[in-house]
Design a protein around this ligand. Sequence first.
Ligand code: PA5
Length: 463
Amino acid sequence: MKLKFDYNNMMADAVGKEGFSEADFAGDAAAIEAAFSDVMEKRGKGWQEWCDLPYRDDASLNDIEQLGGQLKENAGSLVVFGIGGSALGPLCVAYALTHLHHNELDRGARKAPKLYVEDNVDPERMRALLDVIELKDAYFNVVTKSGETSETLSQFLILYDLLKKKLGKAEAKKRIIVTTTVGKGTLYNIAKAEGFKTYGVGPGVGGRFSVLSPVGLVTFAALGIDIRAMLSGAKSMAEACANGDVKKNPALLTGFLQYKAMGKGKNISVMMPYADGLKFMADFYCQLWGESLGKAKNKRGESVYVGQTPVKALGVTDQHSQVQLYTEGPFDKVVTFLAVEAFRDTVVITDDSEVDACDFLKGRTMNELIDAERRATEYALKKAGRLNFTVTLPAVTAETVGELLMYFMYETAFAGALLGIDTFDQPGVEEGKKATFAMLGRAGYEEKMREIERSPKLAKYLI
Ligand code: PA5
């Protein structure tokens, strides 16, 4: 394991009465043990099939790499259509491991297609996409675990129709790749009938836990990202997370500390990377943490209304917008910092200026500056008695990104097990999906529409 974890600022020794002590670990030893066993026993089973994703067989990886290689060579643009877990995994990894202005580089420097991850159905966004891509060399990866999601299906329908009109049916079929649950769902049935290249998500891999399946891997391979290194990183984190000693298992450790923090009213979890490349890791985390842990009932069916509201922030940018609140506002947050030891570039702050007041900056690097600012923010939070911990990546590479993703997934699983909830369902999301089907008149949702019509109308409170 290459990632490092510093949880000093979660402890009373550093932050005073808000923090935890060895007595907390000792007092909850049985609960920690039970949560650990629960997650370990279910690895690779039921909705924990994601635990096995790092161990994908060679033939399947070869197939993904082969298609990825073709796209890397031939595609001018690669468009991912998907939403939620079907979009955020591809987005956060691609952003971490490609040039920060990837799409603006010329083809020679980019060495891969432009990437567009389209996770909304705003009509202006669809029009804007069509304004910037060239259909003649564009490929579309349509990703939906259920194969039923209205947003993704509508994006697919629009593009397939356009492709057929512009390029003819035979060519259009070659431009669509589908990643979905094999054997089930509307998109799978269409893909089978049309003969699209199709990848499987795995029946027990939920959307937000699917980044290391073809949901992410196809896109990563097309961008030239080393997917084997990423899976190898994920594997080493999975091994670290199989350690029953809470002090040696990073995901169990921070999952437990977050659980204890929730018990003390810390209802907000801030994810704050200090690296632009990791910016969308905060979005990935927010979905994973929010959708997995925000539950009304525990597994015994009792009302619990648990979860932490995840908030994304970016260091240093949000030091100048949110950190005032984190330092002096309510004692209701835990901040997770993501730090990077070695950036891929070093930029020296010019040192031949005659402005003496800037002496403290002259000749320093931006690398030193961002690092000092992160440490300064950690210090400010600690001084104010605010809970925070830091996950450090030695560098942002395919391997460390694989570790980080696996860590997030195990941390969520352990926290969910400690809370006693079903980490892997999302009844709140499903309710919205069904209501959308009903409102658009989908067959089979008539009763849902009647239910919607029966709910109180709030016309009197309009202005
Ligand atoms: O994590 C989840 O299960 C959800 O956020 C889904 O990813 C999201 O709703 C999209 O679903 P699907 O991949 O079935 O289109």
